[in-house]
Design a protein around this ligand. Structure first.
Ligand SMILES: Nc1nc2c(c(=O)[nH]1)N[C@H]1C(S)=C(S)[C@@H](COP(=O)(O)O)O[C@H]1N2
Ligand SMILES: [Mo]
Length: 264
């Protein structure tokens, strides 16, 4: 991965987010404090985020759609961000073969674990949507996404009643300097997972999804910020708790202090 990827900007944003939560903290030390699991700041942010989540869930219906746009509103290609050229071994092997041997694994708390080739996914009923991607860094981009609704796969594998989260495991890892090379992962609840606009996209702007934008498969979660939308998906796991994954906060950036529920 690109070394030191946007770290300073991210660091700033994380600190700014803490300040905005009216916590009496300033400077970059805030982030380091957040990273220790028992930090009071960490706990406060977590509960503030929990409140945001509950309020949004009350105000916004489970099936409320994110705005969709017309083709004329697509003004540029989807701007690549974050990982754009994973160099992880398993990924490079699949990429060398144009992802012909790729299989998406769906496992965890399901009655019937399954795996799907890209062709199998493409043969399922597709959804196309032109939506706006909002990145936490302050830019937006309108693009047309094509893919299979995640709800379709969840129905096929039969989610067990104790499952509460859908976890996306990705091929890429980011060099965070000092923090090792954690793998990218993300998670959402079953309401967002079954939302009609939540799709596993293999196409963007009427072309095959590019490596820069997450080939072979990335998720679209249109009512949340860009970092929720995992690219380079290796497998999807149904889980009852987020504790076992990464540092337990539900996602790569969440483990560095971002909100788990990133509603827009
Ligand atoms: N696997 C993976 N998914 C990821 C990222 C990443 O670095 N790795 N970056 C996230 C962020 S911050 C954004 S804004 C979007 C960028 O998607 P794009 O490159 O298609 O614009 O992907 C998200 N999903
Ligand atoms: Mo982002």
């Amino acid at each position: 991965m690109k070394t030191g990827f946007k770290l300073s900007r991210r660091r700033f944003l994380t600190s700014a987010g803490v300040a905005a939560s009216t916590l009496p903290l300033a400077g970059c030390d805030a982030l380091d404090g957040l990273l220790s699991g028992d930090s009071a700041v960490r706990a406060t942010m977590a509960s503030a985020n929990g409140l945001t989540y509950r309020v949004q869930r009350l105000l916004i219906g489970a099936d409320t759609l994110a705005p969709e746009f017309s083709a004329s509103e697509i003004r540029q290609g989807q701007r690549p961000n974050g990982s754009t050229d994973p160099n992880d071994e398993a990924y490079l092997a699949l990429r060398a073969d144009a992802f012909s041997t790729y299989r998406l694994q769906v496992h965890g708390l399901v009655e019937q674990p399954a795996s799907y080739s890209l062709q199998e996914l493409r043969n399922m009923p597709a959804r196309n949507q032109i939506t706006r991607h909002d990145c936490v860094e302050g830019w937006s981009c309108i693009a047309k996404w094509s893919g299979v609704p995640l709800s379709r796969l969840l129905d096929e594998v039969k989610v067990k009643p104790e499952a509460r989260f859908v976890v996306f495991h990705c091929f890429d890892s980011l060099n965070m300097g000092g923090a090792g090379q954690p793998g990218y992962y993300e998670s959402i609840d079953l309401i967002d997972a079954r939302h009609p606009q939540t799709i596993l996209a293999y196409g963007c702007n009427d072309a095959t999804l590019t490596v820069a934008n997450g080939a072979p498969l990335r998720v679209r979660i249109e009512r949340q910020l860009g970092y929720k939308m995992a690219k380079y998906i290796r497998s999807i796991e149904l889980a009852s708790t987020l504790a076992p994954f990464g540092r337990g906060k539900g996602g790569f950036w969440e483990d560095f202090g971002y909100d788990w529920y990133a509603g827009i």
